[in-house]
Design a protein around this ligand. Structure first.
Ligand code: 5GP
Ligand code: MN
Length: 340
């Protein structure tokens, strides 16, 4: 960890020497890293005797609802007045796994107004939330990896099996089960420490990846068979899913998790997109292999962002128009895609 971050941990320890009222929050559509890190902070601070709550801007998938501490999570979409009260009463707010306040979706306004002292723990580029304590490391595989280092310094004795389970889950999901280049020797060192604490990696893997409905598997088959378009000349493939199609397969939140990665298994494919009609918009996920920056692509064309090889964005157009926009962009990136 960087020197100034180590100093920040010391100052935080001083400020948290007395019981504090804390709110932990994360980005909309929380993923494994967002929930793992948020719940780890929650469990850690609770164990230290602080008055701490966790609130997400909206719902998150069933495959994360087994995480330790899950039953304590508030959902802004469902418990708006309560969450707004938590935001306004908090002395400290943790912003976890996101770099821009707008990623809190409907909670953004309320969070921006908050008087609390802010702490950011994140691994996306260009963190732009004004905070007193900035823990940002774009080299970290996950927010959970960075958080582990913070908590280890803060109070290693507090690290129990529940906290370790949350942290392991975040690292596992953000590194594609330790497969992506973002997983470094340090990632494996931390994973090793978590295993030594007793983390049950087999059960965590099954809870996250092998706990789906039959209809989700059929939907995946439908996507691959009927909805995948492949452009070998651009080393690109994409999949799209309309609301109507989701209804046909009894779609629930999380059912399309990982679909964006599927076409990357095709030989030669380096860039993929997944279009999902959701909440009156088209939510788009992007993935790449190699040096093609989906972060730049998402920022430039689809009001989004993320990392080099994993990013997301959105379109307010209709599905067909959003897809057409994407198709029309491919020739402009032909050289870059064929070089990557
Ligand atoms: P996913 O495709 O799994 O939703 O997101 C992949 C990555 O892109 C994540 O690191 C996430 O933080 C980022 N991301 C997804 N959607 C958006 C978005 O709308 N805006 C920004 N700035 N980042 C996003
Ligand atoms: Mn993350």
């Amino acid at each position: 960890m960087k020197q100034e971050q180590i100093q920040s941990v010391s100052r935080l320890m001083e400020e948290f020497a007395v019981p504090r009222k804390v709110l932990v929050t994360t980005h909309q559509g929380p993923d494994g890293d967002a929930m793992g890190a948020s719940l780890a902070v929650y469990l850690f601070l609770k164990k230290q005797g602080h008055d701490v709550s966790v609130a997400t801007p909206n719902d998150y998938p069933d495959f994360l609802q087994w995480l330790p501490g899950n039953d304590s999570v508030f959902n802004y979409m469902k418990q708006k007045p309560l969450v707004e009260q938590l935001v306004s009463e908090a002395e400290y707010i943790f912003h976890i796994d996101y770099n821009h306040i707008k990623r809190s979706a409907d909670m953004t306004k309320s969070l921006s107004r908050a008087k609390a002292i802010r702490i950011l723990i994140d691994h996306h580029i260009d963190p732009s939330i004004p905070v007193k304590y900035l823990f940002s490391d774009v080299e970290a595989s996950s927010s959970c990896e960075l958080l582990f280092q913070i908590l280890q310094l803060w109070d290693e004795q507090m690290m129990d099996l529940d906290i370790a389970t949350c942290i392991y889950t975040g690292i596992m999901t953000d590194t594609g089960c330790f497969a992506y280049r973002s997983a470094t020797p340090l990632t494996f060192e931390i994973a090793s420490k978590l295993l030594a604490i007793g983390v049950d990696r087999g059960t965590i893997y099954d809870n996250v990846y092998n706990d789906y409905s039959a209809s989700r598997m059929r939907l995946m088959g439908y996507c691959l068979n009927k909805k995948m378009e492949v452009f070998p000349e651009y080393k690109t493939a994409f999949i799209s899913l309309t609301l109507e199609e989701q209804e046909q397969y009894d779609f629930v939140s999380g059912d399309s998790e990982g679909f964006v990665n599927l076409p990357l298994s095709i030989k030669g494919i380096r860039f993929t997109a997944f279009f999902l009609e959701k909440d009156g918009k088209i939510k788009i996920s992007f993935r790449s292999k190699g040096y093609f920056s989906v972060n730049d692509f998402a920022r430039k064309h689809f009001s989004g962002g993320g990392h080099l090889n994993a990013a997301g964005g959105e379109s307010t157009k209709k599905m067909d128009a959003a897809i057409q926009e994407f198709r029309d962009l491919l020739p402009l990136y032909s050289d870059e895609l064929n070089r990557s």
